[in-house]
Design a binder for this molecule. Structure first.
Ligand SMILES: Nc1nc2c(c(=O)[nH]1)N[C@H]1C(S)=C(S)[C@@H](COP(=O)(O)O)O[C@H]1N2
Ligand SMILES: [Mo]
Length: 341
C-alpha cells in the first residue's frame, strides 16, 4: 500500500465503523485474495529470480520480498469452524509477572492527530501508574522459563544478591523512587521506551470495546514449531487506529510503524502500520468464548495471524505511531523483525 492507500484504508475503516460489511466488499476481498494467490502460483512456477521486482530485492531476503511484494500485508489467513478451536497453551510471560489490577489498566496512545482536543488527552502518559497486586509467593521469582506461568512476581526481595549488587540496586531504587526498573528480561529495556513527559491519550476499556465486536477462529503459530487453532473475540486494531489516526508528517505522509509494549516495559513489539491495518489483526478481549485470562494477556492482547506468535503481544499498555522501525523484544535476541507467515 502507498501512503495514500493507507489513508484511504483508514477512511474506509471509519465508514465501516457501523459494523456493516457489505456482501460486495467481501466478494471483492475474495476475488482479490484469489487473484493474489493465482499471481503467487504464477511466480512460484516461474524459472529464475527475475520475477521479483528489483526494488524489493534490496536488503530484503527473498521470502520476505515475496510475501510483502505479492500480498503486501493484505493476504487473508484461513479461518476454521469454532468446533476445531482448542485451549491455547501459555507460552511466554514477559511483562506479565506482576499481577495487574484490572481497574488500573489504561491504554496509552501516542502520536494521534489532534490528541489535545480529545477528552482522553494527558500531558504525560508515562505518569500513569499501573497498580499490581501484592506478591503472594516469592519462591518462583527469577524463573525465566517461558513455558511456565510463575506464581509470583520476579521480585526485588527474596532473592539472594551479592552485597555489591544489593548496594547498586538500592542506589537504583533511590533514583527511581518506588518504581520497578523497566526492561527486566533478557532483551533488556526497549530503545523505544517513552521519555517522561510524552503527551498522548489514556484510553479506558470502554474506549476500545465500543468498536464492532469481531470473532475469529484462526491458527496461532509459534516459531518454536507448534500451532493451535484458537477462537478469538475482540475488536479490529484497524478500527481503533482509524478512530485515532496518526499525525501526518510534514510532507503529508503517515508514519510507517506502530510500537507496542507491556505496562512494565518488559515485552515490546514493532509492526508495520499496514500489518496493523490488516482486517484480521485483532485487539483481543476474549478467548474460547471467555474473558481473556491473565497469562494470555488480560485485559488486552494482540492477535495478528499474519505474523508469528512472538509478535502477538499480551497485556498491551502502549500503542505508539512512529517513523522509525521500532524496537522488538525477540528481534533484539536475533529473530526476524518482519515475522510474516
Ligand atoms: N507480554 C508478552 N507477550 C507475548 C510473549 C511474552 O513473553 N510476553 N510471548 C510471545 C510468544 S513467543 C508467543 S508464542 C505468544 C504466546 O501466547 P499465549 O501464551 O497466549 O499462548 O505470546 C507472545 N506475546
Ligand atoms: Mo512464540
Amino acid at each position: 500500500m502507498t501512503d495514500e492507500e493507507t489513508v484511504a484504508a483508514l477512511d474506509e475503516q471509519v465508514k465501516r465503523a457501523s459494523g456493516k460489511r457489505t456482501r460486495r466488499s467481501f466478494l471483492a476481498a475474495v476475488v482479490a485474495a484469489a487473484g493474489g494467490y493465482g499471481f503467487y502460483r504464477w511466480i512460484d512456477r516461474s524459472p529464475g529470480d527475475q520475477m521479483i521486482p528489483r526494488p524489493l530485492r534490496k536488503g530484503l531476503n527473498v521470502d520476505e520480498a515475496m510475501t510483502r511484494g505479492v500480498f503486501g500485508e493484505r493476504g487473508m489467513t484461513p479461518t476454521y469452524p469454532v468446533a476445531r478451536a482448542e485451549e491455547l497453551r501459555v507460552n511466554g510471560v514477559y511483562g506479565l509477572k506482576q499481577e495487574l489490577i484490572p481497574e488500573s489498566w489504561r491504554l496509552q496512545l501516542v502520536g494521534v492527530a489532534g490528541a489535545k482536543q480529545l477528552p482522553q488527552y494527558v500531558d504525560d502518559v508515562t505518569a500513569w501508574e499501573y497498580r499490581y497486586a501484592a506478591k503472594k509467593d516469592e519462591k518462583d521469582s527469577g524463573n525465566h522459563d517461558t513455558k511456565v506461568a510463575p506464581q509470583g512476581e520476579a521480585s526485588d526481595t527474596g532473592v539472594k544478591m551479592s552485597p555489591a549488587f544489593e548496594a547498586a540496586f538500592a542506589e537504583l531504587k533511590k533514583t527511581q523512587g518506588k518504581k520497578r526498573p523497566r526492561g527486566q528480561e533478557e532483551a533488556g529495556e526497549s530503545n523505544d521506551t517513552l521519555d517522561a513527559g510524552t503527551p498522548g491519550l489514556l484510553l479506558k476499556m470502554e474506549d476500545v470495546t465500543r468498536f464492532p465486536r469481531q470473532e475469529l477462529v484462526t491458527q496461532f503459530k509459534c516459531i518454536e514449531g507448534w500451532s493451535q487453532i484458537v477462537h478469538w473475540g475482540g475488536v479490529r486494531l484497524a478500527d481503533l487506529l482509524a478512530a485515532y489516526p496518526p499525525e501526518k508528517r510534514a510532507d503529508g505522509s503517515l508514519p510507517k510503524y506502530v510500537y507496542m509494549e507491556t505496562p512494565d516495559g518488559d515485552y515490546y513489539c514493532g509492526y508495520d502500520l499496514k500489518a496493523c491495518m490488516h482486517a484480521q489483526s485483532l485487539l483481543v478481549t476474549e478467548m474460547m468464548g471467555r474473558p481473556l485470562g491473565q497469562w494470555h494477556g488480560a485485559p488486552l492482547r494482540l492477535h495478528m495471524p499474519i505474523k508469528y506468535g512472538y509478535k502477538q503481544i499480551k497485556r498491551i499498555g502502549l500503542i505508539a505511531y512512529t517513523d522509525m522501525r521500532p524496537d522488538d523484544y525477540w528481534t533484539k535476541l536475533g529473530y526476524d523483525w518482519y515475522a510474516g507467515l
